[in-house]
Design a protein around this ligand. Structure first.
Ligand code: FAS
Ligand code: PHB
Length: 389
């Protein structure tokens, strides 16, 4: 079998790239390790930058997001028992849209099915080959039968643990990493959010985040120990803990209820360089990871897709390799700015075991300056809504 672009991974990066390519008449096949339901069962990101929302529109998959997504013009920072609103729209003229990654993925899957796009789920042993040459191919097995897909290009949209980055280890790959000494315990509950906007809390007991998926479904997180286990967290314990990390009036206003999802995610900053190896490209989490504090992970996958789609379209339409040659540097320029922002926001809002009294005072000074200076708030706001592509 032959296609123009093989996409490894049916997460947001793979599905978004696949839809843009299909709309442009560029043949592509998506290979995915797990089932569609398993992909849709993952609870992940919740905040879309305008760039991501625009790409969903361009892919023809933005209608429900525009109808059901919640435009947010600001968010709250709480520390020392006080609320401080960061006026995203007032400071930047932009907003973000709260709309779950699960729904983004569902909309893209539906659009791909409607367009007759080929996605092969529950494959195994996916391996990219000969991407240093002009005739790359991918092998995989499905129901015990080996297959080979010849192609022009391979898009590694297979996330942090996928085979694409592994295939380029020892081929000039350089990685940069910081692992944080804590995780996020997150729950989803069908209760109304405590506030109409997100609340990021810096508290002596640890970081907390109040987010949402809709006016009736809340998404909450608390910082937890790296070796913490979900089993050790009853719903009651979670609700007591998150309310202890919020200003009193907010805690009192919080509606609690049974969790419908509860999980712990580790936090890391990670970048692989370069993001292009011949005819293989690393896209989204396959190439970089950010701590979710800045809500950048999903949105960085979107800007990678923008750059790679533009490059592939130029290659097929104009027989020019300029975009392809420039993909890695262009994507990494935006990736590192988001890595910086996510690292900074994580350091400013979390309790670190070794921060000490000096570190705590520095954090307090950072937050006071941030909320007392229009210039500092504007810097936070322009990074949060998303720097230009
Ligand atoms: P994804 O990991 O979403 O998709 C990769 C796909 O490749 C998966 O479907 C996987 O099954 C598939 N794959 C892997 N190996 C394969 C193989 N061998 N063969 C075929 N397919 C293979 N970001 C935020 O902005 N906010 C958040 O709150 C947030 N929370 C997160 C929580 C968790 C637990 C995780 C892991 C990530 C979170 N993220 C968050 C980041 C997340 O949203 C990613 O940035 C986003 O999923 C990136 O999309 P993709 O690059 O498509 O990678
Ligand atoms: C979420 O709603 O899951 C979410 C929102 C903002 C973040 C991280 C996660 O920074």
């Amino acid at each position: 079998m032959r296609t123009q672009v093989v996409i490894i991974g049916s997460g947001p990066a793979g599905l978004l790239l696949g839809q843009l390519l299909t709309n442009a008449g560029i043949d592509n096949v998506i290979l995915e390790r797990v089932s569609q339901d398993y992909v849709l069962g993952r609870i992940r990101a919740g905040v879309l930058e305008e760039g991501m929302a625009g790409l969903l529109d361009e892919a023809g998959a933005g209608e429900r997001m525009r109808r059901e997504g919640l435009p947010h013009d600001g968010f709250d920072l709480t520390f020392s028992g006080k609320h401080h609103r960061i006026d995203l729209h007032g400071l930047t003229g932009k907003h973000v849209i709260v709309y779950g990654q699960t729904e983004v993925t569902r909309d893209l899957m539906d659009r791909r099915a409607a367009a007759g796009g080929i996605s092969i789920y529950e494959v195994a042993d996916v391996h990219p080959h000969d991407f240093d040459g002009e005739r790359p191919y991918v092998t995989y097995s499905k129901d015990g039968v080996e297959h080979r897909l010849d192609c022009d290009f391979i898009a590694g949209c297979d996330g942090y643990h996928g085979p694409s980055r592994k295939a380029v280890e020892g081929k000039g790959l350089e990685t940069f990493e910081r692992v944080y000494p804590f995780g996020w315990l997150g729950i989803v509950a069908d209760v109304p959010p405590v506030s109409h906007e997100l609340i990021y809390s810096n508290h002596p007991r640890g970081f907390a985040l109040c987010s949402m998926r809709s006016a009736t479904r809340s998404r909450y997180y608390v910082q937890c120990a790296l070796d913490d286990r979900v089993e050790a967290w009853s719903d009651d314990r979670f609700w007591d803990e998150i309310r202890s990390r919020l200003p009193a009036e907010t805690a009192e206003a919080m509606t609690t209820g049974p969790s419908i999802e509860k999980s712990i995610a580790p936090l890391r900053s990670f970048v692989a360089e370069p993001l292009r190896f011949g005819r293989l490209f690393l896209v989204g989490d396959a190439g970089h990871i950010v701590p979710p504090t800045g809500a950048k992970g999903l949105n960085l996958a979107a800007s990678d897709v923008r750059y790679l789609f533009d490059a592939l379209q130029e290659y097929y339409a104009e027989q020019s390799a300029a975009g392809i040659d420039g993909y890695s540097a262009r994507a990494l320029a935006r990736v590192w700015k988001a890595e910086r922002f996510s690292w900074w926001m994580t350091n400013t809002l979390h309790r670190f075991p070794d921060m000490g009294a000096f570190g705590q005072r520095i954090q307090e000074a950072e937050l006071e300056y941030l909320t007392g200076s229009r210039a500092a708030s504007t810097s936070l706001a322009e990074n949060y809504v998303g720097l230009p592509y």
